[in-house]
Design a protein around this ligand. Structure first.
Ligand SMILES: [Zn+2]
Length: 95
């Protein structure tokens, strides 16, 4: 990624730019893509894959063992993803 202040290339995980010393805003940190979440839910929803992807590890494990709540839970999740109501575990919208 690039520093927003001086434009020089810096490490993706950098907190402070080594060139100008400014704090780097991690704008893409913890962002989850809507399309990937949708595809995971469609094809691996019964295994809770979309839940793991969006940070709901506990719910993901429950869905894994219940096969997505016999598919009903996965279906509800799928609808909320399609309606763009689904959020990541830390309350962010999917991008
Ligand atoms: Zn910089």
């Amino acid at each position: 990624m690039f520093c927003q202040n001086c434009g020089k290339e810096i490490d993706d995980n950098a907190v402070i730019c080594v060139h100008c010393g400014c704090e780097v805003k991690q704008s893409n940190k913890n962002k989850r893509e809507w399309l990937i979440t949708l595809l995971l839910c469609l094809f691996l929803g019964g295994l809770g894959a979309h839940r793991f992807y969006t940070g709901y590890i506990g719910i993901g494990i429950v869905q894994l063992f219940t096969l997505g709540g016999c598919g009903i839970w996965t279906l509800i999740d799928l609808i909320s993803i399609l309606c763009k109501k689904f959020q990541t575990e830390d309350g962010q919208d999917l991008v």
